[in-house]
Ligand binder design. Structure first.
Ligand SMILES: O=C(O)CCC(=O)C(=O)O
Ligand SMILES: [Fe+2]
Length: 309
């Protein structure tokens, strides 16, 4: 069973169902690796507006999207063409397209001096009215929702509720639009919208247009289809949090095979500040969050893996 959690109640320690929700959260984190949430600060309308903004972008002619192609700019901002990523080394490159934006540091932030790619400037398409504003507003709001969920998670694992707060004040948070066109006629069993993978970071807050497509791997084998209409979110945990918690929180594999229906999904990959130590707690080791992420990006974005960026 994948827990379904009321986010407002989870955030309110005085709510009568708070203790039960913390248990659901602990179960989701340590067993299923997935949950759904509703009753957040983001309405169905907010999400629909974001999805339609992405749709307008993805429906632009490829020549216009190519101006901000990340393979040409060498960053992980802007458009990722079909085949730009391979998340499963045993499968072919994904047929999805993506648009990525991330956190921009203030010019006087000490981290800005290092010219880190996790905080690179965003690339915006020209002449697409409202696109940037819609995404920037959603980016800020969705990070608030994600931080609230991390506070609930911290409580559910019997850590101080603000454990994550100062580790996410300059987060390497990446907001992505995934565009899955109709599953191509040429697709083989090695072709996926997105191949089987676990997410790299800590917590992923995923909105979708309501079209089915996501499948979550069951512990004993097999796949569970998981859906959420705009206004409900799918939440899962990534490899970095799995490592950080010494394996207590689980990163669960998932994939999208794709169907005859076009589909858009919008994950916020909520990753901590670059210099957060995400080595197993209490191990005395140091693994910087930025180094972990950098290694996984290099493995996945084909333009980085091939050194052509
Ligand atoms: O499209 C989806 O439902 C899942 C996307 C996903 O797993 C990802 O972008 O990491
Ligand atoms: Fe994923």
């Amino acid at each position: 069973m994948i827990p379904r959690i009321d986010a407002a109640r989870l955030a309110d320690p005085d709510d009568p169902s708070h203790a039960a929700l913390l248990q659901d959260m602990a179960h989701a984190a340590t067993e299923t690796g997935f949950l759904t949430v509703h009753n957040t600060a983001l309405s169905g309308e907010d999400v629909r507006a974001v999805i339609e903004a992405y749709r307008a972008f993805f429906h632009l002619p490829a020549t216009r999207k190519a101006r901000i192609d990340m393979a040409a700019t060498g960053s992980n901002r802007g458009w990722g063409a079909p085949g730009a990523e391979r998340v499963d080394p045993n499968a072919n490159a994904d047929y999805k397209q993506v648009f990525d934006m991330g956190f921009e540091l203030a010019a006087d932030d000490p981290l800005a001096r290092h010219g880190l790619k996790y905080y690179a400037p965003n690339h915006w398409p020209e002449g697409l009215t409202g696109f940037r504003e819609t995404l920037e507003a959603y980016y800020a709001q969705s990070m608030g929702v994600a931080l609230d969920l991390l506070r609930g998670l911290a409580r559910s694992l019997r850590a101080p509720h603000d454990f994550f707060d100062d580790k996410f004040d300059r987060p390497m948070a990446l907001l992505r639009g995934n565009f899955y066109p109709e599953r191509p006629a040429w697709a083989t069993e090695k072709d996926f919208g997105i191949g089987t993978h676990t997410d790299y970071g800590c917590l992923t807050l995923l909105a979708t247009d309501g079209t089915p497509g996501l499948e979550v791997r069951k512990r004993g084998g097999g796949w569970i289809p998981l859906q959420a209409p705009p206004g409900e979110f799918i939440v899962n945990f990534g490899e970095m949090l799995e490592m950080w918690t010494g394996g207590r929180v689980r990163a669960t594999p998932h994939r999208v095979v794709g169907t005859a229906a076009e589909r858009i999904s919008v994950p916020l990959f909520f990753n901590p500040n670059y210099d957060t130590n995400v080595a197993p707690m209490g191990s005395g080791k140091t693994v910087l969050a930025g180094d972990h992420l950098s290694r996984r990006y290099d493995e996945t974005y084909l333009h980085l893996a091939n050194g052509t960026g």
